[in-house]
Ligand binder design. Structure first.
Ligand code: NAI
Ligand code: MG
Length: 506
């Protein structure tokens, strides 16, 4: 370690008495509940944050409702909303070092990743959606017969939105949820994951500093089963936007039925990386290694199933396994670290169970397979070869640095696509080939929200993200992402009405 962490700024932030942001004030929970925050690289507690109960959920929803109904936010011009959202993007960059460090303490991911990926991506999402605040328009059309009408649609904000996010990209997830909601004119109650609440709390301070009116963004740290469940069931929340496990996604759908909330869900994945025998194998080895091990495999789009043709199987597996063994696993504050720990002891236990199940089921271990070290929540980058579709390591989302490899012998593209589609998920997929026709045909045959050709984990604010099948409902990012925060109102203005209906009948 060449620099001392925590820096003075972050140390002071960690020591604070963290409260809940409700109606522009930082409020302590009525029952004094707290949640311990852990450093996943050491297993030591680094902070404590408030746990919001149902009382605070109610207060936060009321604050968001007041900011919505008084027109404090939806009544502002799109241009004014855009300026505030853009200002927040600037504040993120002004405080990038501090936020990146905080994210590394909280989540464990390497500091060079939080600096080079999380902060710039979060800031860019805000700038992108700031632009949409002035461009959300409906359509204009002429209808008639009988009569003649000028008709158009209005896109209006849905209202009060609760946003429940996970711990794998805490700041990016917070911003990816907030930016489109705010641009559309919605007001928000945001609930970060209990594992990683810190950057969202700092973001709350920056939001106040940027000049957003009180109550437009409320932030409740809290336990999923309490705070998240209360938000999902709350009768005055108009929409829930959720990213997390498929299991909790189902609970949210059930809880939201009471007032028929709008729901968007970005859930789990078991994304295939499909390698054709004509692919550029060096590119496959490099791309698939990143595809699975980026963020320690804690990505909903992680390429966790490698489906590779027999003709190149041994070459590809040997290459990925060699790279996996060479990956430097360690503290995110160590400059040489390439991947950090898993986020929590719970995730370490979960991933360790899959390692055991893979071995017990008879998959061949080409790399890793064990916990790394004895402190913190580290796992060795792992490659299981000769896996089969019935194994849990192939069927279930592991959310750790664990790749399952399956070989195929056919050249029939429909059969190859069937292997890729043999999952209850449909979030992302990558196809590796030099043949443009093969690429296009597989793109059409694969049932998932994203398909990449000769790459994995490719994205941008303008490209929608979301799932087919049990990977979710709806899309985030791009036009589809912001439209998911709007209702459509159809308006028709009579130009030449057809006359009295009863008289026509008579
Ligand atoms: P989770 O789905 O329980 O947590 C995600 C968020 O949901 C957190 O903010 C949590 O507080 C909240 N939550 C939990 N229970 C809730 C409830 N009953 N009502 C409302 N909100 C609730 O995910 P968890 O337990 O942290 O991870 C378990 C697995 O989920 C992972 O191993 C991974 O497979 C998957 N996962 C997928 C993610 C994705 O990006 N799609 C992100 C995180 C986890
Ligand atoms: Mg959970």
């Amino acid at each position: 370690m060449s620099e001392a962490y925590p820096s003075a700024k972050v140390a002071a932030f960690l020591r604070r008495d963290h409260r809940l942001l409700i109606g522009g004030e930082w409020v302590a929970p009525a029952d004094g509940g707290t949640i311990a925050v852990w450093n996943p690289a050491t297993g030591e507690q680094i902070a404590g944050v408030a746990a919001a109960g149902t009382i605070e959920v109610d207060l936060a929803v009321r604050a968001a409702r007041a900011a919505f109904e008084r027109g404090t936010w939806p009544g502002m011009s799109g241009a004014t909303r855009a300026r505030l959202i853009w200002r927040l993007s600037e504040l993120l960059l002004e405080h990038a070092d501090e936020l990146a460090e905080l994210e590394t303490f909280d989540n464990g991911k390497p500091l060079h990743d939080t600096r080079a990926v999380d902060l710039p991506v979060a800031s860019e999402l805000l700038r992108y959606f700031a632009g949409w605040a002035t461009k959300l328009n409906g359509i204009s059309t002429a209808i008639g017969d009988p009569g003649e009408y000028q008709a158009f649609t209005l896109r209006e904000p849905i209202g009060v939105v609760a946003q429940i996010i996970p711990w794998n990209f805490p700041l990016i997830m917070a911003v990816m949820k907030l930016a489109p909601a705010l641009a559309a004119g919605c007001t928000v109650v945001l609930k970060p994951a209990e594992e990683t609440p810190l950057t969202a709390l700092r973001l709350g301070e920056l939001i106040a500093g940027a000049g957003f009116p009180a109550g437009v963004v409320n932030i409740l740290t809290g336990i999923g089963e309490v705070t998240g469940a209360a938000l999902s069931a709350h009768p005055d929340v108009d929409k829930i936007a959720f990213t997390g496990s498929t299991e909790v996604g189902r609970k949210i759908v059930q809880a939201s039925a009471g007032n028929l909330k709008r729901v968007t869900l970005e859930l789990g994945g078991k994304s295939p990386m499909v390698v054709l025998p004509d692919a550029d194998i060096d590119a496959v080895i490099a791309g698939a290694t990143t595809g699975i091990f980026f963020n320690s495999g804690q990505s909903c789009m992680a390429g966790s199933r490698l489906i590779v043709h027999e003709a190149v199987h041994d070459w590809v597996v040997a290459g990925i396994a060699a790279r996996a063994r060479a990956i430097r696993v360690g503290s995110g504050f160590d400059r040489t670290t390439q991947i950090g720990p898993l986020v929590s002891e719970v995730q370490l236990a979960r991933v360790s169970r899959y390692l055991d199940e893979g071995k017990a089921a008879g998959a061949t271990l080409h790399a890793g397979g064990h916990r790394h070290g004895t402190h913190g929540y580290f796992v060795e980058p792992t490659v299981f070869g000769r896996a089969d579709p019935s194994m849990s390591i192939i069927r279930e989302e592991i959310f750790g640095p664990v790749l399952g490899v399956m070989a195929y012998a056919t050249h029939d593209l429909e059969a190859i696509a069937a292997l890729a589609n043999d999952t209850s998920y449909g979030l992302a997929a990558s196809v590796w080939t030099r043949n443009i026709t093969t690429a296009h045909r597989l793109v059409r045959l694969i049932r998932s929200g994203q398909v990449w050709v000769n790459g994995h984990h490719v994205g941008g604010a303008d490209l929608p993200v979301g799932g087919y099948k049990q990977s979710g409902w709806g899309r985030e990012n791009g036009r589809d992402g912001i439209e998911a925060y709007t209702e459509v109102k159809s308006v028709a203005i009579a130009l030449n009405p057809p006359g009295d209906w009863l008289a026509i009948k008579g």
